[in-house]
Design a protein around this ligand. Sequence first.
Ligand SMILES: [Ca+2]
Ligand SMILES: [Ca+2]
Length: 213
Amino acid sequence: MKTIKRILSVISTVTVCAVPILSTPIVNAASSDQYDTYAIYCDVPANSGVMWANLEFVYKDIEEIESHVGNFGGTVSDSSGARRPNGEHSFAACFRANGALSAPGNLFTTKLITGHGNEIEKIVKEICTTSFDAQRKLITNNQVTYDIVLVGDANGNGVVTIADSTAILQYVGNPSTYKISNLRAADVNFDGIVDSKDAELIQMYDAGVIDCF
Ligand SMILES: [Ca+2]
Ligand SMILES: [Ca+2]
């Protein structure tokens, strides 16, 4: 059973919950013993001044989900988990952006691996965020935006199949002719580029060699 990843310490910042914005296609893993993997990218606009952000997810059931932090620019400094009286679970993490976010960029990425057949909107009930400047002062005009992608779905049809691997290989071979609408979904190994390694991982997933990304 998947469980939420390690709980480190308690966050002292106050989280202002406001944004239940999840809306993703209904998807299913390739087989009953595989999992859908989602990536939630949190972006900030140019010169936003955001250097720290506190992110909180609220799950309806902690047993259905594993969460861990990607490395697209942010660094997690604290995290905490809590069970609510109504049975829901929350997981919060405080991220530090990389040094110079002068251009629009990715503040942090969180990867979510679901159970078979679960839709992410049923698992993550809310995403809340609070942003701070370099001096840890609250930025009230918070402009962090979320981009939620089904990892591996390079052709954007809501499922991960061998066709997604083919789409990536075509793109790598001739990017001027073969476009990929969502490069983040195609970057399966989270290294910031889309290449044959990502296509290979999708082939392994399709063949059942791996059960998630
Ligand atoms: Ca697809
Ligand atoms: Ca990649």
